[in-house]
Design a protein around this ligand. Structure first.
Ligand code: HSE
Length: 352
C-alpha cells in the first residue's frame, strides 16, 4: 500500500482526494499497489466531510511519518507551500504539485533538492490544468529543438473574454461566474492582471529553452483595461483578442517572452479556444506546430494531472531529473526592444 498526504483541502486538493477514491481501481492497476490518502493538511476543520478523520493541522505529523512517500501540495503560494515542499524533499519524500507560483519562482532549487535526495518534484498540474503539457514537452517532443510557445494559459481570463466577446457580458459578472465555477485564483487579480499566465509561460519556456526564466523579468499585461471597443476593433480587422503567454528563442540566444492581450487571426489554432479551455501551440524544428487543447482549470481537470503525477512517483522513471538550469535576467530580451504591429487605434500587439 502506498500512502500519500494531500496538503490543502481546497478545490484542487479535494478533487485529488475524490479522484483517488472514484478511480481507485485504476490507480491501483497503474501503480501496482493501492494508493491511500492517509492525511489531509488544512488549517480548517471539516466536521461534515467524509474525510474528516484524515484532517491534520500540523505538517510535522506528515513529515515524520515514514509511511508517507508521496505528498500532493495543493496549497498554492510561496510561503507554507515552499517550506513544506523543501522539508518533504529533504526528507526523501516525492512531491507533486499544482502550484505554478512556486514552480515558477523556485523550480531550480526544488529540482536540485529532489535530485540530491533521489526523489521527484513533479508539476504537470501547474500548467494547463488537465492538458498534458509538461511530460509531452519533456518526453514526446524531446527530439525537437523547440523554438516557440504560444499559449492561452489562464481559464478565468479566457472565460471572461469569451463572455465579453460572445455575450457582451460585464467584466465583473463574468469574473464572479469564473470564481463560482472554481477557476479563479484565491486573489483573482493574479488571473486578471496576467501574473498566472506569466508563471505558466515561464515554466514552459524554462523547460523548452533550458534555462530558468523568472516571472519578475517578464513584461506582463492583463485584461483589466480591455474594453468592448477593443474587442470590436479586432472583429472589424478579422482578428480576435486573447490573453497570450508568448515565448520565442531569438537568434542571439536570448528569449523573447511576454504576456499581453494580443490580436490573432480568426483561423489561428488558438482563436477558437473559448471559456475555461486553454490551448498551447509549441513549435519544434521537426514537428512544426503542435497544439494542445483542454480544460485549463477546475477541480477534476487539475486533479487529473496531480493524480497522474502521483502514479508517476510510483515508477523509477525521471527520479532526480534536472529539467533546466538556473539563469539570470540576461536570458530575457527586454520588452522595449521588441517590435510589434499593433491593432489599429490600440496598444494590442497583433500576433501571426
Ligand atoms: N486560476 C487559474 C486559471 C487556475 O484560471 O487558469 C488554473 O491554474
Amino acid at each position: 500500500m502506498i500512502k500519500t498526504a494531500v496538503l490543502g483541502y481546497g478545490t484542487v486538493g479535494s478533487g485529488v482526494v475524490e479522484l483517488l477514491k472514484k478511480n481507485k481501481r485504476l490507480f491501483t492497476d497503474k501503480a501496482g499497489e493501492e494508493i491511500q490518502v492517509k492525511y489531509i493538511l488544512d488549517i480548517r476543520d471539516f466536521p461534515e466531510d467524509p474525510n474528516r478523520d484524515k484532517i491534520v493541522h500540523d505538517f510535522d505529523v506528515i513529515l515524520h511519518d515514514p509511511e508517507i512517500t508521496i505528498i500532493a501540495e495543493t496549497i498554492g503560494g510561496k510561503t507554507f507551500a515552499y517550506e513544506y515542499t523543501k522539508k518533504a524533499l529533504a526528507a526523501g519524500k516525492n512531491v507533486v504539485t499544482s502550484n505554478k507560483e512556486l514552480v515558477a519562482a523556485k523550480a531550480p532549487e526544488l529540482l536540485q533538492l529532489a535530485k540530491e535526495n533521489g526523489v521527484k518534484y513533479l508539476f504537470e498540474a501547474s500548467v494547463g490544468g488537465g492538458i498534458p503539457i509538461i511530460r509531452p514537452l519533456l518526453h514526446c517532443l524531446a527530439a525537437n529543438d523547440l523554438n516557440k510557445i504560444i499559449g492561452i494559459l489562464n481559464g478565468t481570463t479566457n472565460y471572461i473574454l469569451t463572455k465579453m466577446i460572445k455575450e457582451n457580458m460585464d467584466f465583473s459578472v463574468a469574473l464572479k461566474q469564473a470564481q463560482q465555477l472554481g477557476y479563479a485564483e484565491a486573489n483573482p487579480a493574479a488571473d486578471v492582471e496576467g501574473h498566472d499566465t506569466c508563471r505558466k509561460i515561464c515554466i514552459l519556456a524554462s523547460m523548452a529553452f533550458g534555462k530558468h526564466i523568472y516571472p519578475e523579468n517578464v513584461y506582463t499585461k492583463g485584461i483589466q483595461d480591455l474594453t468592448l471597443e477593443d474587442v470590436s476593433k479586432a472583429a472589424q480587422a478579422g482578428l480576435v483578442i486573447k490573453l497570450l503567454g508568448y515565448a520565442e528563442k531569438t537568434t542571439d540566444g536570448s528569449v523573447k517572452i511576454f504576456v499581453s492581450p494580443c490580436a490573432i487571426r480568426t483561423d489561428h489554432p488558438l482563436a477558437n479556444i473559448e471559456d475555461v479551455f486553454n490551448g498551447i501551440t509549441v513549435t519544434g524544428n521537426a514537428t512544426g506546430d503542435v497544439t494542445f487543447y483542454g480544460k485549463g482549470a477546475g477541480k477534476f481537470p487539475t486533479a487529473s494531472a496531480v493524480g497522474a503525477d502521483i502514479i508517476h512517483c510510483t515508477t523509477p522513471a525521471d527520479v532526480g531529473k534536472i529539467l533546466w538550469q538556473d539563469s539570470d535576467n540576461s536570458f530575457v530580451k527586454s520588452f522595449q526592444d521588441l517590435q510589434f504591429t499593433y491593432l489599429t487605434g490600440t496598444e494590442i500587439p497583433v500576433i501571426e
